[in-house]
Design a protein around this ligand. Sequence first.
Ligand code: URA
Length: 213
Amino acid sequence: GRKSGATIPITAEKAQPDREQPSKLDECRRCELWQYATQAVPGEGPRGSKGGAPIMVVGEQPGDQEDLAGKPFVGPAGKLLDRVFAQAEVDRKSIYLTNAVKHFKWEPKGKRRIHKTPAQREVEACHYWLEKELDAVRPKVIVAMGSTALKSVLGRSTVTLKDTLGKSVRHEGRWVVTIYHPSYVLRVPDEAARQEAFSIMVKGLKLAHELLE
Ligand code: URA
């Protein structure tokens, strides 16, 4: 028989801490999305004990090109975002750029991979990583691009994109500024409306900068 006291009963959860609290992003199994993605895409920008970026910009999830490159905002949405940064006179290297969800969620359409909006449970699972980034970067202002980013940043809040677009709200000791997502701006069919949406993004970034002063 078994020697008494030889084994300490442990729960399945305690036996697999990495499942719930992974230390490496690429080993994350907190939701199912890792199975279909090439790799996880971490945020990019200044972080660490010497002081991180004062502004953190949060998108939705990597797209097709980001999934392949392993870097955020390198595809069409990133190109538009670069134009927004230029017009707002914000240096992309000075900000921390990341996504609410770190794996690309997609469905096949012919030979292409079409973006699928992440589910609430996937956004919640991946919030674990956003929290780690917030701890490491300690930004003064968060810019949430689109409603997925806003939901992740504000957690249980019922505040919507419409309520906060272009405005700043206080949340857990920081400012949160909401702007459109660049992919949304790319899809606005009417030229004048697209220009307007673009300028709302620029104004939001300028506001984020003003909040640092
Ligand atoms: N859209 C996003 O939300 N993030 C990216 O990194 C690319 C496209």
